[in-house]
Design a protein around this ligand. Structure first.
Ligand code: AMP
Length: 402
């Protein structure tokens, strides 16, 4: 079965095309600058061959037309005709409280997603544009929505509620939803596969550390708590997002700087986090390099980054009554040995002990990095959200066939 996975952003569409007989990636690419000058599609085939198409890509539908065109083109493509695509899986950011798992897209799903644009005004509208665009181009193709929030719908109420008037939860759905669910689910399941064990009976903490970052507590294979909240700004310190902050400080800054909600949102989402503290960059590699050369604010940003993750690990070990497996993933988690060391240092009391000879220099590779015999297995598991979306899509299509 061949599955196309689409991740539609406001001005971009990332895509990956899988053949699931062998779980292999046949092609991938990105459409960028949709609706702007200089829009283009960058396409890469299995063998690494790359091709660039420039054009007037005015909207998401045209972007998808470009993608379908290149996939089926005689020169650069990998299929003879579009009928070879069995289904399309969409990454959808917000599925609210309704979607506890991935779903075949129908009118009901679309209606619900329209409703949830209120909760994710930046993300759900482009996700929907992808669904509408594809539906208009190939109406017969089944589409599946895979939600970032779905994995976290198992959190108990005492973990997802905020201590605000209960009426506001009922009226507006103000609660912790959590994000990165597809990634947390994928790496936890993959770690269990590698360890040759079932997730049932295990207490796992997954750290997805990328430009956006979150931690998840997974007990018996289900999410019981996660650090992102009503929006992806809560929790860890991220590239340009503040993570946890006293809301009293937020209102104080808004008063003093005389800014409204829109500017405050930009301040805490785009100008804070590692960028805000370092004053240099949101990119971990650049911060690390400057810190090594003696930049004190970069050194501080790194310490704060590690410290926040360490606190969450401690909190989630307490929430679950222990920890058996600690997983690092995402661009930073997979690649930065120094971050992994900084986070784990001091957690020996929980049974977390790194084998530095294994950890040092390890990049983007599945590996257990804890000492042999340590109580907690610490692992690096590269995430693959797109493959997870493709697998979910296949399962749902097959279930509907039967
Ligand atoms: P992601 O959002 O998952 O793509 O991750 C992006 C982050 O990963 C950026 O902050 C990068 O600097 C960081 N990253 C990528 N490669 C490395 C590396 N080799 N060492 C440290 N950080 C890295």
């Amino acid at each position: 079965m061949k599955i196309l996975v689409l991740n539609c952003g406001s001005s971009s569409i990332k895509y990956q095309f899988f053949s699931l007989e062998s779980n292999s990636l046949i092609a991938k690419g990105i459409v960028e600058k949709i609706g702007m000058k200089g829009s283009f599609l960058k396409h890469e085939k299995e063998d690494g061959q790359k091709v660039l198409f420039e054009g007037e890509i005015l909207d998401h539908k045209i972007g998808i037309e470009y993608i379908l065109g290149v996939l089926s083109s005689a020169k650069h493509g990998c299929i003879k005709n579009l009928e070879e695509i069995s289904a399309v899986g969409h990454r959808v950011v917000h599925g609210g409280e309704l979607f506890t798992e991935s779903k075949l897209v129908d009118d009901e799903v679309i209606q619900a997603l329209e409703k949830y644009t209120e909760l994710a005004p930046l993300h759900n509208p482009p996700n929907l544009k992808g669904i509408y665009g594809l539906g208009a181009l190939i109406p017969s193709i089944p589409q599946v929505a895979v939600f970032d929030t779905a994995f976290h719908t198992t959190m108990p109420q005492h973990a997802y509620m905020y201590a605000i008037p209960y009426a506001l939860y009922k009226k507006y759905g103000i609660r912790r939803y959590g994000f990165h669910g597809t990634s947390h689910r994928f790496v936890a399941a993959r770690a269990c596969e590698i360890l040759g064990t079932k997730c049932k009976g295990l207490k796992i903490i997954t750290c997805h550390l990328g430009n956006g970052a979150s931690v998840c507590a997974i007990k018996d294979g289900i999410s019981v708590d996660t650090s992102m909240g009503f929006t992806p700004v809560e929790g860890l310190i991220m590239g340009s997002r503040s993570g946890d902050i006293d809301m009293g400080a937020v209102t104080y800054i808004m008063d003093k700087e005389k800014i409204g909600t829109k500017s405050a949102s930009v301040l805490f989402n785009k100008h804070s986090g590692m960028l805000g503290i370092s004053g240099l960059s949101s990119d971990m590699r650049e911060i690390r390099e400057a810190a090594t050369k003696g930049d004190e604010r970069c050194q501080l940003a790194l310490k704060m980054f590690d410290y926040r993750i360490k606190k969450y690990i401690g909190a989630y070990a307490a929430a679950m009554g222990g920890i058996d497996v600690l997983i690092f993933t995402g661009g930073i988690g997979e690649n930065s040995d120094t971050t992994r060391t900084g986070v784990c240092k001091g957690l020996e009391f929980l049974g977390i002990e790194l084998d530095e000879t294994v950890n040092t220099g390890l990049r983007s590779q599945e590996c257990t990095i804890s000492k042999a015999g340590a109580k907690v297995k610490v692992m690096v598991v590269p995430t693959n959200e797109e493959l997870m979306i493709a697998i979910d899509t296949q399962k749902i299509i097959e279930a509907h066939k039967n």
